[in-house]
Every structure is written in C-alpha cells, then in structure tokens.
Design a protein around this ligand. Structure first.
Ligand code: AMP
Length: 257
C-alpha cells in the first residue's frame, strides 16, 4: 500500500497504475462503516485510493475539531488488510494554498438539517470534496448514507459542475444495538454509549411523530438539534456529553408509510 503525500504523488500513481480508480474520502478513526465503502470500491474498481484528512473548514466548533479521534497507526493497518492500493494524506497547506479564499457553496439544502445550526459546515465539506475529486480524478467515489445530506449535496455538486466521477451511496453500517457506527462514538462516555441506541430506536419508530421523538429524546437527556422527516426519510441529530466533550451523533432512517 502506497502512502501519497503530494498532488504529484497522486497524479503519478494514477498514471502508472492501469485501470479504474475508486475513491473513499475519510477523516480517519476508521471503523466497519468506512471499510464497507472500501470493500464496495474494491469490488467495482481496479484500484482503491482512500484519503485520510480531518478537514478543519467543515468544523464550526473548535472543541469538536480538537477532540476528533485520531487512530492513524490502526487506520493504516486496517486499510492495508482491506487491500487498499494507496492512502492519500494531505495537509492543510497542500489542499488550501489559497487559505480557503475560494469555496463551493450550495444555497438551498445545505442550509437545512445539519446545516441550519452548523453554518458553513457543508461549504467546507463540498469545497474539500471538490478539491479531492479534482486531485484523485476517480471513476467512482463512495460515500455513506449515514451522512445522507452530505451524500445528496455531493451528488448535486458533481451534477452542477459536470464532474466526471460517479458518486455511489452505501448503506449505513450499525453496531448490534442499532447505533450507527461513527468515529465520534469513540468519544462517548460508557454511560452515554449505553444510552445512545435509544436515538436510532426512537427515529425508527413509525408510530411516533417528529415532535414526540424530540420530546422523548429530551426527557432521556439527549440535547436534540433536530428531528425532521423529509422526502421519505427521518433525519435526526443529537449531542451527548458536556460542553468540554460534546459528541454529536447523526442518523437517518427510511420512513415506511
Ligand atoms: P468520515 O470519516 O466520518 O468523514 O466518513 C467518511 C465516509 O464514511 C463518509 O462517506 C461517511 O458517510 C462514511 N461512513 C461513516 N460512517 C458510516 C457508517 N456507519 N456506515 C456507512 N458509511 C459510513
């Protein structure tokens, strides 16, 4: 497995290695959710490139960025074992030579759900994804439905800017108790980890309205950002933990009517 650190490294790797390229962008602290994307890419393309980069421009809370888990040594072992061809590990200086003077902004859906209380979050996401797609130039790129709004905005961006990569959405991988796997789960206290499956359980309860779910989550001690049903899906975001170590969890489920 090659470690790629410069744009020239990535471009040379792409040129020398024959065949189609599948790309899986991540922020590291990898788990089975990430590996499911890698496996899909391995099945559908000749070479899989994974990026590991904790993108500061998508964090609107500095505590969240500072506390973001980092398990790089383990990540690299997992990716090597999963048969990844190369890992791209850029720096801020490499990705943002303009110091974020240029950005990709979507003006509608990015202002809803996770974007309503996290101004600029999706602008940071779309900008870094645009940069990564332009550097790697993959035939296919894989994104998880856990971040359904992100997946939908990335698909929209690719269409709007006529990018040549096909964006593939992959199902949510969950723990046995229903909690969606997430790097941030590593930061849950054992008490909050014990409570956390209630989030998915309530979101999946078709008998309850969004408001009823919100009330039950409040009563159970979750700080609710939103519970919203839209286009046949119920989306939710909550924060657990305290101000020193807040842990944001998001999830979504299909609504069966
Ligand atoms: P992240 O490292 O959290 O930015 O995630 C990198 C990619 O993995 C994104 O496309 C996520 O949607 C996807 N992902 C994260 N968690 C899961 C999960 N539990 N199931 C499926 N995909 C996931």
């Amino acid at each position: 497995m090659k470690i790629l650190k410069s744009i020239a490294d990535v471009r040379t790797f792409g040129k020398v290695a024959a065949g189609s390229v599948g790309f899986v962008p991540t922020m590291g602290a990898l788990h089975q959710g990430h590996l499911s994307l890698v496996e899909r890419s391995r099945n559908e393309t000749d070479l899989t490139i994974v990026s590991i980069y904790v993108n500061p421009t998508q964090f609107n809370n500095q505590n969240d960025l500072a506390n973001y888990p980092d398990t790089l040594t383990l990540d690299l072992q997992m990716l090597e074992a999963a048969g990844v061809s190369a890992v791209f590990m850029p720096t801020y200086e490499l990705l943002y030579p303009d110091n974020f003077a240029y950005e990709v902004d979507e003006k509608q859906f990015s202002r809803e759900l996770c974007g309503a209380n996290r101004p600029g979050h999706f602008t940071g996401v779309l900008t870094v994804v645009m940069k990564l797609l332009n550097i790697v130039k993959p035939q296919k790129a894989y994104f998880g439905e856990k971040d359904f709004q992100q997946l939908s905005l990335v698909k929209g961006m690719v269409e709007a800017f006529f990018l040549e990569t096909e964006i593939i959405g992959c199902p949510i991988i969950r723990e046995d108790d229903g909690l969606a796997m997430s790097s941030r789960n590593l930061n849950l206290t054992s008490c909050d980890r014990g409570k956390s499956p209630l989030f998915n359980k309530l979101l999946s309860n078709a008998m309850l309205s969004d408001e009823e779910i919100q009330t039950r989550l409040d009563l159970a001690g979750f700080e609710v950002d939103y519970v919203v049903t839209k286009d046949g899906r119920r989306f939710g975001a909550v924060v657990m933990g305290d101000d020193a170590g807040p842990v944001r969890l998001i999830d979504n489920v299909e609504v069966v009517s």
